[in-house]
Unconditional design. Structure first.
Length: 172
């Protein structure tokens, strides 16, 4: 019989399984702000990340809680959270595990910056195409954000599989 994995290995497996749930609320919240910056402080966002379904509720007006200029700190929190989440996702991927810690962190931060800035570029293009149609803008933009996250996750998974195949082929 095989021995059960060590507690730290269990923790890593659990974190690896649920890390997208930590990333996506920040990413979608920031995307929503880029797409509709003027209306963003008017509604409180509850991002439910369950099978890539995101529901926006109007619970408590943010203006009453944080003041009239809430969009800037909220934007920075969402932007920072998106960077941290995607950096963690890339940092814990299999293909970067064998590199030195500094390079691993550097590559993860670079990948996160490219992904997030590319998303902002796409969102601003969508905003310029549909300047007066906020609901359409949010629908298209959040759909594209979900697609980008899905494609990015599949891409990293593919790289990890190729890395495993090459690594095990080289050992034989």
């Amino acid at each position: 019989m095989s021995e059960p994995p060590l507690p730290s290995a269990r923790r890593q497996l659990l974190f690896a399984k649920y890390r997208p749930f930590l990333t996506t609320p920040f990413f979608f919240g920031f995307s929503a702000h880029v797409l509709a910056p003027k209306s963003f402080p008017r509604f409180d966002i509850l991002l439910t990340n369950y099978i890539d379904i995101y529901i926006f509720f109007h619970l408590i007006p943010i203006n009453r809680l944080l003041g009239t200029r809430v969009d800037l700190p909220l934007t920075n929190i969402l932007w920072f959270g998106s960077h941290i989440g995607i950096t963690m996702y890339l940092y814990t991927s299999k293909h970067l595990r064998s590199i030195h810690t500094f390079e691993r962190l550097l590559y993860s931060m670079y990948g996160s910056a490219m992904f997030n800035f590319g998303t902002v570029l796409i969102m601003t293009i969508i905003r310029s195409i549909f300047p007066d149609k906020e609901a359409l803008r949010l629908g298209i933009g959040l759909s594209i954000s979900g697609a980008l996250l899905f494609i990015g996750q599949r891409y990293v998974h593919y790289i990890d599989e190729v890395f495993d195949a090459i690594r095990f082929r080289a050992i034989k």
